[in-house]
Design a protein around this ligand. Structure first.
Ligand code: TYM
Length: 328
């Protein structure tokens, strides 16, 4: 029997799923379903490492699941569930935590940034260990993520090697899958910084569920520069280069071909073309989202978690046996 390579990835359920998430990772999640065995997870345990409102959070969790389903995550083809409903994630995280040097965690740039903003806590500190557990739990081969997760992926690989060296070959060493174009979509209001869900300025990001008018306004008011040529130069022209990446990733047309087409058209025409492409990309997702019923989706996610618990348990039994925690 053919065994397909396994893909795992996760998305934090915060309200603002944006075009960076979509083009950096989620678009690949959908297409990987055609050729891989895919496991996708709404990582709600990761999301509670920063301050949050439980009532809003409950809505955001189901909304995130709905966005992913609306994009084309197909529960018939992918294992799809909430992380908190599969306790093996937390169990493996604890075991991996016992072999994670704190010096490594101290160097994690996302931890340092978030701890500066919201205050440090143990969950935030061990966030990358839980992420490694997510990936290793199902023995994933490939992990589609944006560029900002590179360091976390390196750590997951190191932990897998460390574990295998000490306890025998249990884990595959996973590879990150980071797209060439759109691995790091920048803020529309400050193209020097990454587009981020936690940005307080709503104009900094196009949301997957934005209506066409909002997409139009945000892209048309995107910060660019005063030299009018459309060229790809992330250092000198970060705003225009960001829009070129967005357009290229949505259409599949190369950046060079887009530059040829829009080099002299002026920013107004170019921005309108980018807005039109993004509106077209997101329109079917919004329509599909509106059709989904919360209670149906909750049931679907329960079913996904049941399947995932059974699959995870088979792997986790091997981990327990390797470390001497097997059931006796
Ligand atoms: P999260 O929820 O912050 O983001 C989801 C995905 O979106 C990518 N991303 C971006 N890509 C391009 N440009 C951007 N501006 C941008 N912003 C975000 C992220 O790289 C990510 O792939 N730690 C993960 C969640 C996670 C996970 C995992 C991922 C938990 N466990 C296991 C993979 C495997 C995160 O914070 O994603």
């Amino acid at each position: 029997m053919e065994t397909r390579q396994k893909v795992f990835s996760g998305l934090q359920p915060t309200g603002n799923i944006h075009i960076g998430n979509y083009l950096g990772a989620l678009k690949n999640w959908v297409s990987f379903q055609d050729s891989y065995e895919t496991v996708y997870c709404v990582v709600d345990l990761h999301a509670i490492t920063v301050p949050y409102d439980p009532v809003e959070f409950k809505k955001d969790r189901i909304a995130a699941a709905k966005v992913l389903l609306a994009m084309g995550i197909d529960p018939e083809r992918s294992m799809f569930y909430f992380q908190s409903q599969v306790p093996q994630h937390a169990e493996l995280s604890w075991i991996l935590g016992t072999m994670t040097p704190t010096g490594v965690l101290n160097r994690m740039t996302q931890y340092k940034e978030k701890a500066d903003k919201v205050g440090a806590n143990l969950g935030l500190y061990s966030y990358p260990v839980l992420m490694a557990a997510d990936i290793l739990l199902f023995n994933a081969d490939l992990v589609p993520v944006g560029d900002d997760q590179r360091q976390h992926l390196e750590m997951a690989r190191d932990l897998a090697e460390r574990f295998n060296n000490r306890f025998g070959e249990v884990f595959h060493i996973p590879e990150a899958y980071i797209p060439d174009v759109s691995a790091r979509i920048m803020s529309l209001t400050d193209p020097q910084v990454k587009m981020s869900k936690s940005d307080a300025n709503p104009k900094s990001m196009v949301l997957v569920l934005d209506v066409p008018d909002a997409i139009n306004k945000k892209i048309k008011s995107a910060v660019t520069d005063s030299d009018p040529g459309v060229r790809y130069d992330p250092t000198e022209k970060p705003g225009i280069s960001n829009l070129l990446e967005i357009m290229s990733a949505c259409t599949g047309v190369s950046i060079d071909a887009l530059v040829d087409e829009y080099a002299t058209s002026g920013y107004g025409v170019f921005k309108q073309a980018v807005a039109d492409v993004v509106i077209e990309e997101f329109a079917p997702i919004r329509v599909a989202y509106e059709r989904l019923d919360d209670a149906d989706v909750a049931r679907m996610m329960h079913k996904g978690a049941l399947d995932a618990r059974i699959a995870a348990e088979a792997y986790q039994a091997k981990v327990r046996a390797a470390v001497g925690l097997d059931r006796i």
